[in-house]
Design a protein around this ligand. Structure first.
Ligand code: GLN
Length: 289
C-alpha cells in the first residue's frame, strides 16, 4: 500500500465518522504514526508504507473516528506558536483565544510601567504562558479551580521556559491560594484577564462530541444563560484591581451586549467589545469602577 492510498483510506474513514476537518487530521495522524509530515508527503506519496506505520495510522484513525479530539491523541495543542500539553482535565486552547492574548498585549503597552497581570480560569495555561513568553509584565499570576489544570498549566510553563515567571494559584476565582497557601484575596493587579466558562448549560448538549464529551464541563458551563462568571467578576474584580486597572475577558459570540450591560450596571467604565478575525464578538474590556 502507498502513502497516498493509506491517507485516502484514512480521510474516508474520518469523513464517515463526521470528523469536521478529516484531511487535516489525517495528515496530522500520518505524521504521528511515523509517516511524513504534510510538507514532505507529496515527495513520498507513491512509495510503499511500512507495516508499522500502517498499523499505527489505522489505530489513530480508529480512535479519532470515535471523536476523541486530535489534540488528545497527539497529547499536544499549539497556541500562539507554542506547544501545550493537553488532556481531559483542560480545555483545548482555541485559535479564537488569540484575540484575548493580542488585546492584553496591546493594553499592557498603555500602562506607564510594565503592569502586573492575573489570568483567572487559566486551564492549560495557554493565555498566561503566551503572555509570559511575550513579556512586558511586572508579574504574571495564573489560577484555576481545578487542581489537575493547575498542574498541567505549570507543566506548560516549564515546557515553554516561563516556569519562573508565573506564580500559580488554585481555587475559586479570587479565593485561590498559591502553593505557600497565600490567598489571592488580598492582592490586586493592573490587568485581570480570563477565558471563563461561558456556554449556557442547555447548549452544552448541542456542541460537537469532541467538546461536549472531552473538554472539561467545568471549563464550559457558564450557568443557565452562560453569564454567571461575568456577573461574579463584575462584582468581585474591582477589589483586586489597582487604580486605572483593566479587565479583559473572552466572551461567546452574541454575549457582547449582555456583558457590557452587566459591567456597566456594576459601575465599570469604558466597557467595549472587540471582534475576532471572523468578526464575532470575542473580547470584552472595561476600566475599573
Ligand atoms: N469557545 C469554547 C467553545 O466553543 C467555549 C470556551 C469557554 O466556555 N470559555 O466551546
Amino acid at each position: 500500500m502507498t502513502f497516498d492510498e493509506l491517507l485516502k483510506e484514512g480521510i474516508t474513514r474520518l469523513e464517515a465518522a463526521g470528523v469536521p476537518e478529516a484531511a487535516h487530521d489525517a495528515y496530522a495522524l500520518m505524521e504521528a504514526a511515523g509517516g511524513p509530515d504534510r510538507t514532505h508527503f507529496p515527495l513520498v506519496r507513491g512509495e510503499e508504507v511500512s507495516d508499522g506505520v500502517v498499523f499505527m495510522f489505522d489505530a489513530y484513525v480508529g480512535v479519532r473516528s470515535n471523536r476523541i479530539p486530535l489534540q488528545h491523541i497527539l497529547g499536544e495543542a499549539w497556541f500562539h506558536g507554542l506547544p501545550f500539553t493537553v488532556d481531559e482535565d483542560v480545555l483545548i486552547p482555541r485559535p479564537d483565544t488569540e484575540t484575548l492574548v493580542e488585546a492584553v498585549l496591546r493594553e499592557a503597552k498603555t500602562f506607564p510601567a510594565p503592569p502586573s497581570l492575573l489570568d483567572l480560569c487559566t486551564g492549560s495555561g495557554a493565555v498566561a504562558v503566551a503572555l509570559a513568553v511575550e513579556g512586558g509584565f511586572s508579574s504574571v499570576t495564573a489560577s484555576d479551580i481545578s487542581h489537575e489544570a493547575v498542574n498541567i498549566a505549570r507543566e506548560n510553563a516549564a515546557k515553554n521556559g516561563v516556569e519562573e515567571k508565573i506564580l500559580f494559584a488554585e481555587g475559586d476565582l479570587f479565593r485561590a491560594k498559591t502553593k505557600s497557601e497565600k490567598s489571592l484575596s488580598r492582592r490586586s493587579y493592573d490587568i485581570i484577564c480570563a477565558n471563563p466558562p461561558y456556554v449556557p448549560t442547555a447548549e452544552i448538549e448541542e456542541l460537537e462530541p469532541e467538546v461536549r464529551d472531552h473538554d472539561p464541563l467545568l471549563a464550559l458551563d457558564g450557568g443557565a444563560d452562560g453569564l454567571d462568571f461575568y456577573r461574579r467578576l463584575a462584582k468581585d474584580a474591582p477589589a483586586h484591581l489597582n487604580e486605572g486597572g483593566k479587565i479583559l475577558l473572552e466572551i461567546g459570540c452574541g454575549q457582547g451586549a449582555d456583558v457590557i450591560r452587566i459591567f456597566t450596571e456594576a459601575g465599570w467604565r469604558e466597557g467595549r467589545v472587540e471582534q475576532d478575525l471572523s468578526g464575532r464578538d470575542r473580547v470584552f474590556s472595561a476600566l475599573k469602577p
